[in-house]
Design a protein around this ligand. Structure first.
Ligand SMILES: Nc1ncnc2c1ncn2[C@@H]1O[C@H](COP(=O)(O)OP(=O)(O)OP(=O)(O)O)[C@@H](O)[C@H]1O
Length: 336
């Protein structure tokens, strides 16, 4: 495995800078997750590292070696796409063996067998190894695609929403497996997802992209607890952080440039013994969780309700904020 770095990387498509001046180093053995809404530049970041797109400016370095002009095959990266891309005429086994049988590698067949058997077992596809790739469910095909990447030991694994086509149970199982495999192999990984739980639980660090710019890079905890701007704060946390105008909390001491107050469940104390300005508008039962929708003037606040809550729709409650986050008029963080 190796350290992988993007240095002031820019890739344009016509007038659009899909990524603009992005610098990012994924340390050897590190698991970095890229977060951002559609069009933010996540896939482009992976593709320029893989060599599937050529940079307009900047450089890609793998293991300290500049590879910006090298063909994809020479870069020693393994790419798992959102949609499985298997060879339909080959068996599962031969699909997984394919990268190891390339003339440049010449891995002995017994080693290939050992490696495939082990990875297939981890991914629960060992009983399907002789099937044709087309005779699998979507979830199985995606596991084969992941397995085909894992049997190799490339400099870096690039994964673009590899679990998004799977059902929730399998996704959860594979999330744990993938993280364990990554740790065991000491693999360097750059991983794109829209799934907050994947980001929080798998990442050593999370990079947040906004219109092609890397706006913050930090541990999951830093991104969640210490976001640099509202854009970052809204990436993580369910229910989403509530962004409220400062005027709604006139008695709260706030930094002078603060215009917006960011309130998560843990920042909010609800006092039902005191009649207050907020009203319970709705209680949403999600099985293991309950979302409490409060209305405060013309704004709504969504928070988690404890299981022992005896609040009812229509109740009037007082709200108290404890160490909420403050943002200025441009959405940038302001510290007290
Ligand atoms: N081949 C291409 N030709 C033209 N524009 C492109 C091309 N690939 C990407 N773009 C543009 O570059 C920007 C970034 O796209 P990219 O696919 O990297 O976003 P993303 O964050 O991966 O989005 P998603 O979550 O939808 O996959 C978008 O504006 C997109 O339309």
């Amino acid at each position: 495995m190796a350290e992988v770095a993007l240095i002031n990387a820019t890739k344009r498509f016509g007038d659009v800078a899909a990524i603009g001046d992005v610098s990012l180093t994924v340390a050897d053995g590190e698991f970095v997750v890229l977060l951002g809404p559609t069009g933010a530049g996540k896939t482009t970041t992976l593709r320029v590292i893989a060599g599937l797109e050529t940079l307009d400016e900047g450089a890609v370095r793998i293991g300290g070696r500049e590879v910006s002009k090298e063909a994809p095959a020479l870069r020693d990266v393994a790419f798992v796409f959102q949609q499985y891309s298997l060879y339909p005429h080959l068996s599962v086994y031969d699909n997984m063996a394919f990268p190891l049988r390339s003339p440049t590698r010449r891995v002995p067949e017994d080693e290939i067998r050992r490696s495939i058997t082990e990875i297939a077992r981890m991914l629960h596809i060992d009983h399907k190894l002789q099937n044709k790739a087309t005779r699998l469910s979507g979830g199985e095909m995606q596991r084969v695609a992941i397995g085909r990447a894992l049997v190799r030991h490339p400099s870096i694994y690039l994964m673009d929403e590899p679990l998004s086509s799977l059902d929730a149970k399998l996704r959860q199982e594979l999330r744990l497996e993938l993280k364990r495999i990554q740790r065991d192999l000491g693999a360097t990984m750059l991983y794109v997802t829209h799934d907050q739980v994947e980001a929080m639980t798998m990442a050593s660090r999370i990079g947040v992209l906004k219109q092609g710019k890397l706006v913050q890079l930090g541990t999951p905890r830093e991104i969640y607890e210490d976001p640099a701007e509202t854009y970052v704060a809204t990436r993580l946390g369910q229910p989403r952080i509530n962004l409220m105008p400062r005027r709604l909390f006139p008695s709260l001491p706030t930094p002078s440039s603060a215009e917006t107050i960011g309130v998560r469940t843990e920042h909010l104390k609800i006092d039902r013994h005191h009649q207050g300005a907020a009203r319970v508008a709705r209680i949403e039962h999600l099985g293991d969780q309950r979302y409490l929708h409060l209305s405060l003037e013309d704004h709504s606040i969504v928070t988690l309700a404890g299981h022992d809550t005896d609040l009812d729709v229509g109740d009037s409650v007082a709200l108290q904020l404890e160490r909420p986050l403050f943002f200025d008029r441009d959405g940038m963080r302001v510290r007290p």
